[in-house]
Design a protein around this ligand. Structure first.
Ligand code: NOJ
Length: 530
């Protein structure tokens, strides 16, 4: 197997929070360039950078006002050209975020579109007449505030659709000119040498052509996320999405060795359709299901088997444990389980995507109310939906502002309280740190074909323990994970000959006999089978 995006590891950088190079408290492209050595040493293969394009920042860059330029906060096009070259010099692939479902309301396309009903770009967005009662054309809701997804435009007396903020109008992919313009954005960056795209909410890009109402959600109760009042039948994952996937794929196939990764929040059996009927869709429809599955051995094993079971022949799996929209893994499963989670992510069959800082066991930050940035938290405060906690600055050292920005600067989000101990420099000098553990794990994965491309098979295990085999040719590795805080005894499943513990989350080796492995609380290990 030769594709870098199959054997490799993707590392997500939230650019505002990685490394500030000019003292404005916001991370930037030269900052990322400065840290390429760190990423190479960590051992990842590709970086995916969340949006860096010009944007009014209503949704921190997911409201793009120019797809083919760089926001001055992040640097210049020359900085980007340099970053692409420097990443490649470090043997790192570079993946950008493509936001095709919506633009900013300040994008020149939208300014034209809203200027009059007969503007040539009117149909580039989704405009509709009011319902007979003058209200919105249907019951579709906007993410974040859960209010109508339709915004009234008084001058032209029509509504426009926005699946997210009103500042993020949805484009109309059924319009051939819009489509051509969007696809040329991909070509622009591919021509510059970008190695792939993560495609924002790709499964929302084709709405129901008949604009049918979504059915009500019978399980919704007052106090729940207001967006969940309806079931999203007609606003995402419509049958036409396969065309969208194929349009993008045709463009990436014009180039060698590129990857398309779709942001798709669906259960396994629906998710896998996005590979395309003859694998002519997205290379990697993101699999977020580990995030939504209880951290419990039986549930996790069931998920893995279900996903493995529905993957189309020849489709390559992938796994994600965190991103800029989800509470950090160490906060979700607890600091004691963070290493076990990392071990799982990096030993499952398929491409893993890591989130910056998770290699340190970074926790969600505490955001005082007056420092809230995320529009989601501002729209529906107190429901725990805000995403600032998982977007706090990367802690590099124990200096004030943790080396993220100069001591006298004000970071755009506060540093985590524990940044003086949980940071790269202090973990680098501690052989038992999460960072050193993660580096060893990545190194082992890189040099072990069974781990980076082998088959998957579940192994019997007692309650609370997840065990599986990875095999490539004659090479076999067993991964055994104690997902509990209690000691566990694991009986080796078959007469195995000599075995050796290659890696443990603990600082000393576990007790292993010819028949039994004693796992300590929260311990995960990789075994070699001779
Ligand atoms: C998904 C992105 O990950 C999220 O951060 C953003 O708010 C929405 N899409 C809208 O673009």
């Amino acid at each position: 197997m030769s594709n870098w995006w199959q054997t490799g590891i993707v590392y997500q950088i939230y650019p505002r929070s990685f490394q500030d190079s000019n003292g404005d408290g916001v991370g930037d492209l030269p900052g990322i360039e400065r840290r390429l050595g760190y990423l190479r040493e960590l051992g990842v293969d590709a970086i995916w950078i969340s949006p860096i394009y010009p944007s009014p920042m209503a949704d921190f860059g997911y409201d793009v006002s120019d797809y083919t330029d760089i926001h001055p906060l992040f640097g210049t096009m020359a900085d980007m050209d340099r970053l692409i070259a420097a990443a490649h010099d470090h043997n790192l692939k570079l993946i950008l975020d493509f936001v095709p479902n919506h633009t900013s309301n300040e994008h020149p396309w939208f300014l034209e579109s809203r200027s009059s009903r007969d503007n040539p770009k009117r149909d580039w967005y989704i405009w509709r007449d009011p319902a007979p009662d003058g209200g919105p054309p249907n019951n579709w809701l906007a993410r974040f505030d859960g209010k109508s997804a339709w915004e009234w435009d008084a001058p032209t007396e029509q509504y426009y659709l926005h699946s997210f903020l009103a500042e993020q109008p949805d484009v109309n992919w059924r319009n051939p000119e819009l489509r051509a313009a969007m696809l040329n954005v991909l070509r622009f960056w591919f021509d510059k040498g970008v190695d792939g795209f993560r495609i924002d909410v790709s499964y929302r890009s084709m709405k129901d052509a008949q604009f049918r109402d979504n059915p009500p959600n019978p399980n919704w109760r007052e106090g729940m996320d207001p967006f969940k009042r309806v079931i999203e039948r007609y606003t995402r994952n419509t049958p036409d999405i396969e065309h969208f996937n194929r349009w993008l794929r045709e463009v990436s196939d014009e180039y060698d060795d590129r990857v398309l990764i779709g942001e798709i929040n669906l259960p396994p059996h629906e998710l896998v359709a996005h590979y395309g009927r003859s694998l002519d869709g997205l290379h990697l429809p993101f699999n977020f299901n580990l995030i939504y599955t209880p951290w419990e051995a039986t549930a996790v094993r069931q998920l893995i088997e279900t996903y493995e079971g529905v993957l189309p022949q020849g489709a390559w799996p992938n796994w994600v444990l965190g991103n800029h929209d989800q509470h950090r893994i160490a906060s979700r499963v607890g600091a004691d389980q963070a290493r076990v989670a990392m071990l799982l992510l990096l030993t499952l069959r398929g491409t893993p995507t890591m989130y910056y800082g998770d290699e340190l066991g970074m926790l969600d930050g505490e955001i005082p109310p007056e420092m809230v940035q995320d529009p989601w938290e501002k729209k529906v405060p107190g429901l725990g939906l805000g995403r600032d906690p998982e977007r706090t600055p990367m802690p590099w050292t124990d200096a004030p502002n943790a080396g993220f920005c100069p001591p006298e600067a004000t970071p755009w989000l506060p540093l985590n309280a524990e940044a003086d101990t949980v940071n790269v420099a202090s973990q680098r000098s501690d052989p038992d740190s999460m960072l050193i553990f993660t580096e060893k794990l990545i190194q082992l994965r890189r040099e072990t074909a069974a781990l980076n491309q082998g088959s998957y098979r579940s192994l019997p295990a007692p309650d609370g323990v997840l065990a599986f085999a990875r095999q490539h040719g004659a090479q076999i590795r067993w991964v055994v994970l104690n997902l509990t805080g209690a000691a566990k005894s694991w009986t080796l499943p078959e007469a195995s000959g000599a075995t050796a513990v290659l890696l443990t989350t603990e600082s000393t080796l576990p007790a292993l006999t010819a028949t039994t492995l004693q796992l300590r609380p929260n311990e995960g290990i990789i075994l070699a089978i001779a």
